[in-house]
Design a protein around this ligand. Structure first.
Ligand SMILES: CC(C)(COP(=O)(O)OP(=O)(O)OC[C@H]1O[C@@H](n2cnc3c(N)ncnc32)[C@H](O)[C@@H]1OP(=O)(O)O)[C@@H](O)C(=O)NCCC(=O)NCCS
Length: 169
């Protein structure tokens, strides 16, 4: 079955919240920032998501999740790639994230671990930084933005193909 990444619609909110709860990820602030979310869909079902919280030229990537049965096929990479591309197009120049479990995943995609204090002050006001994500979470920043027109973020990530050979992102 094909999967495709697109901007989230308001009707996707409950499905995204369910995926986050299933993955034990924070849901606080998701509804407020849902306009910045992307979802992956297959067969009319939401099977993955990622969100962007915007703070001027700074952005927070959050809530990356893929349904368990869809993991390992490149969807997480595709969602990350598309979020980075969308953020860049919307004028975000510094992209941060917090993660407790997936630092190596993001490191392989161009993010570098930094001290929390190095994150832009505005990001510190986000719900994730302020309350939802525990102090032990790794803070990361995207250091290598894609070249204009590039389809890759940082180090190219493996992405699967659709049955017809087109990429899912
Ligand atoms: C992290 C997550 C989104 C990855 O989605 P995915 O669709 O499986 O990712 P991809 O298929 O694009 O990439 C798979 C690669 O990432 C690696 N990977 C997946 N999760 C990882 C993790 N938590 N830590 C390190 N590497 C991870 C896999 O080993 C695989 O590596 P390979 O390409 O060398 O084989 C998914 O595992 C998930 O939803 N996890 C639970 C929620 C979570 O931890 N989200 C991050 C919070 S910020």
């Amino acid at each position: 079955m094909d999967a495709a990444v697109a901007e989230a619609e308001s009707a996707d909110l409950d499905s995204v919240l369910a995926l986050l709860v299933q993955a034990s990820l924070p849901t606080a602030g998701v509804a407020e920032h849902f306009a910045g979310f992307l979802v992956a869909r297959a067969g009319g079902r939401v099977i993955g998501a990622v969100g962007l919280e915007r703070y001027g030229a700074d952005g927070l990537l959050r809530s990356l999740v893929v349904a368990p049965e869809w993991r390992g096929r490149g969807l997480g990479g595709a969602l990350t790639h598309q979020l980075v591309e969308t953020a860049g197009r919307r004028g975000v120049r510094h992209l941060f994230l917090l993660t407790e479990t997936a630092a190596p995943f993001f490191a392989a995609r161009g993010f570098r671990r930094i001290a929390r204090e190095e994150a832009a002050p505005a990001i510190g006001t986000s719900v994730e930084f302020a309350t939802a994500c525990c102090q032990s979470a790794a803070c990361m920043r995207l250091d290598r933005w894609p070249e204009p027109g590039s389809r890759e973020i940082g180090i190219p990530s493996r992405r699967p193909d659709r049955a017809d050979g087109s990429r899912i992102d």
